[in-house]
Design a protein around this ligand. Structure first.
Ligand SMILES: Nc1ncnc2c1ncn2[C@@H]1O[C@H](COP(=O)(O)OP(=O)(O)O)[C@@H](O)[C@H]1O
Ligand SMILES: C=C(OP(=O)(O)O)C(=O)O
Ligand SMILES: [K+]
Ligand SMILES: [Mg+2]
Length: 527
């Protein structure tokens, strides 16, 4: 078969599979988002997660209050300082999530073929006969025969702690269900999912707004993960809300596609959002199993062509309590890379799993192997063709930088950027070498005070495949002169050398503005 038909580069020597994977400074070009929680909130564990390759920390407000998450975040800051590894912060909303609340935390055992009632009456204690839920309108939204799934928060699928229910009767506000499998629900919170039914809850709830405008503002969150995004309008409303919150006007919105409704409006959502999270946890039960791969491949392709970062969830559930992933999971991680994801999001594995650090390093190693055989040549051609002609000047420069870097076998691409746009466009063409994006701060004013931009832009590239940011000293203003460019370049090269990605005699491709024009330079280093 001709290599252009394959996701893999050809030819692959069978024996190359046996070569040990080399350790390198950048564990992988694909990024890892880790959800922080009980098993990953001490300075020690977070430091180890950062060293293993986590570059975005996710704080999921479906679970845990602001004080709890603040404590974790303070530990993250300490870990960042001591490891000198950058990490961005993602706030994940609750959104239109239906939940069963089990205040007493006593485990609830459910027997197959028996009946259980879902009720909006939150005064009731959860038991084997009745489950109180946080949503008043369930009875209006469903009908006899519908399927409902109730599972432990961040259920892993391998547990006996989740049940399938079939609606047998609706009586007033209550929904009577037949239990399809025996299970024991353990813990205080369970997520409830109704297959392919519109749930009339807002995408940004009042509680979400409250958390964003307090916790979010205080911590200048880099990313808002917008749970249950179903329409482009959801993203527009979130954007409008953030725009009034000072620094958060710079926060990037990642639309989480978790159900068929979001999938149906994918194209419009992608246009509005800064990035996409393919929430396979929920979507995987909303879609028939045989269709999940299809969504993954087409959504990743669309994100790649739009040059917007795509994050894939739920890859190694079984590592929540095992040191090794299953064969299917290990293959799934590699396929996520070949299909085009920028980042992998770990949920239960890092939040409440026994091996958060090992999970990160295992996923990183699988990604790195897949990146080595990713058919860059085919991908590059596809992207150029998709973009068409005439290309914008900047995109043409960016794609040329990638092509040049591959042709001369450069060890890195160094890209000067202020808005982050140039670096992102380079990453869009999926270079095989790391891109050091040197973010040059711009002086901005809001009429009250002067400040420097750049910190958001630098951290926001931590979710993009292949981008490794360096924030330049604000004493080098964006109004660049050739002297300041030279000194910044020296800093970037030194950083690359210290990190072990640049050696003497290496070739390096540089993308920067000289005077009014963007240029791509190739330099060969001396000793
Ligand atoms: N401070 C800078 N010094 C030199 N070149 C820069 C600087 N900022 C951006 N560039 C270059 O200018 C071009 C436009 O990049 P872009 O990231 O869109 O910058 P901007 O911040 O102007 O939007 C790219 O070639 C980029 O490498
Ligand atoms: C990550 C997911 O969402 P959450 O954990 O917020 O339910 C998912 O559904 O895959
Ligand atoms: K959530
Ligand atoms: Mg979800």
């Amino acid at each position: 078969m001709h290599s252009s038909h394959l996701l893999l580069e050809e030819p692959i020597r069978m024996l190359s599979i046996l070569e040990p994977s080399k350790a390198s400074f950048f564990p992988a070009m694909t990024k890892i988002v880790g959800t922080l929680g009980p098993k990953s909130r001490s300075v020690e564990v977070i430091s180890a997660c950062l060293k293993a390759g986590m570059s975005v920390a996710r704080f999921d407000f479906s679970w845990g209050g602001p004080e709890y998450h603040q404590e974790t975040l303070e530990n993250l800051k300490t870990a960042i300082k001591s490891t000198k590894k950058l990490c961005a912060v993602m706030l994940d909303t609750v959104g239109a999530e239906m939940q069963v609340v089990n205040k007493s935390e006593k485990s609830i055992s459910l027997q197959a073929d028996a009946q259980v009632v879902l009720t909006p009456d939150r005064g009731q204690e959860a038991s084997s006969e009745i489950l109180p839920i946080n949503f008043d309108e369930l009875a209006k939204s469903i009908k006899k025969g519908d399927t409902i799934f109730v599972g432990q928060y961040l259920f892993t699928g391998s547990e006996t702690t989740s049940v399938w229910l079939e609606v047998s009767e609706v009586t007033g506000q209550d929904v009577v269900c037949t239990i399809k499998n025996s299970a024991t629900l353990a813990g205080s919170l369970f997520t409830l999912h109704v297959s392919q039914v519109h749930i009339d809850l807002p995408t940004l709830t009042d509680k979400d707004k409250e958390v964003i405008s307090t916790w979010g503002v205080k911590n200048k969150i880099d990313f808002l993960s917008l749970s249950y995004t179903r329409h482009a309008e959801d993203v527009r409303q979130a954007r409008e809300f953030l725009s009034k919150l000072g620094d958060l006007s710079q926060t990037h919105i990642f639309a989480k596609i978790e159900n068929v409704e979001g999938l149906t409006h994918f194209d419009e959502i992608l246009q509005e959002a800064d990035g996409i999270i393919l929430s396979r946890g929920n979507l995987g039960i909303d879609l028939p199993p045989e269709k999940v791969f299809f969504f993954q491949k087409s959504a990743l392709y669309k994100c790649n062509m739009a040059g917007k970062p795509a994050v894939l969830t739920r890859v190694v559930d079984s590592m929540t309590d095992n040191l090794r992933p299953t064969r299917a999971e290990a293959t799934d991680v590699a396929n996520a890379v070949l299909d085009g994801s920028d980042a992998i999001l770990l949920g239960a594995e890092t939040l409440r799993g026994l091996y958060p650090v090992e999970t990160i390093s295992t996923v990183g190693r699988i990604c790195a192997e897949a990146e080595k055989v990713f058919n860059q040549d085919l991908y590059f051609k596809k992207t150029v063709k998709y973009v068409g002609e005439p290309m914008s000047h900047l995109e043409s420069i960016a794609s040329s930088a990638v092509r040049a870097a591959i042709k001369v076998k450069a060890s890195v691409i160094i890209c000067f950027t202020s808005s982050g746009r140039a670096a992102r466009l380079i990453a869009k063409y999926r270079p095989t070498m790391p891109v050091l994006s040197v973010v040059i701060p711009r002086i901005t004013t809001n009429q009250l005070k002067w400040s420097f931009s750049g910190a958001f832009e630098a951290r926001q590239s931590l979710i993009v495949r292949g981008l490794f940011p360096i924030l330049a000293d604000p004493r080098h203003p964006a109004e660049s002169t050739s002297a300041s460019n030279e000194s910044i370049l020296k800093v970037a090269l030194d950083h690359g050398k210290a990190a072990g990605v640049i050696k003497s005699h290496d070739r390096v491709v540089i993308c920067q503005k000289v005077g009014d024009s963007s240029v791509v330079k190739i330099i060969e280093l001396e000793d």
